[in-house]
Design a binder for this molecule. Structure first.
Ligand SMILES: [Zn+2]
Length: 139
């Protein structure tokens, strides 16, 4: 008695560049910050820029893959990452942060049953939340 079956830890989903430097730090961060056991990855070169201006078939593909995680794995956190030294989206850190904010706003419009979080991954692999209020207050 007194024994209870542990509740399975939930899944989360992260959308990031194909860049291998981003994956391990991002997965670690999502597991720690959102208590997810498993982090499904949707990878796309320059994912932040693709989602920020979501007009292409590529964006639809990201959405489809993300929805598999949200639907089949009940992921309740969607993390969207941009990163330093991105080959597919070679813009300044400031521009990346704008893309991340715009990407979060776009994905919020999809009405997934999930919290959408934008993060920046710097050159050292440090992951930090991109706060929309703060980004646009700097204008
Ligand atoms: Zn990249």
């Amino acid at each position: 008695m007194g024994y209870s079956v542990p509740t399975p830890e939930p899944f989360a989903v992260a959308v990031t560049c194909i860049d291998g430097r981003t994956h391990e730090p991002l997965v670690r961060w999502v597991r720690e910050q959102h208590h997810a056991q498993y982090v499904d990855l949707v990878t796309q070169p320059g994912a932040d820029a693709v989602l920020a201006t979501c007009v292409s078939d590529i964006c639809d593909g990201i959405r489809e893959r993300m929805c598999v995680s949200v639907t089949a794995h009940a992921s309740r956190v969607v993390v969207i990452a941009g990163h330093d030294d991105c080959a597919a989206n070679p813009v300044s850190a400031e521009e990346h942060r704008r893309h991340i904010v715009e990407a979060v706003r776009e994905v919020e419009r999809w009405n997934l049953d999930a919290v959408i979080v934008g993060v920046w991954i710097d050159a050292d692999g440090v992951v930090s939340v991109v706060d929309p209020e703060r980004e646009f207050a700097l204008d």
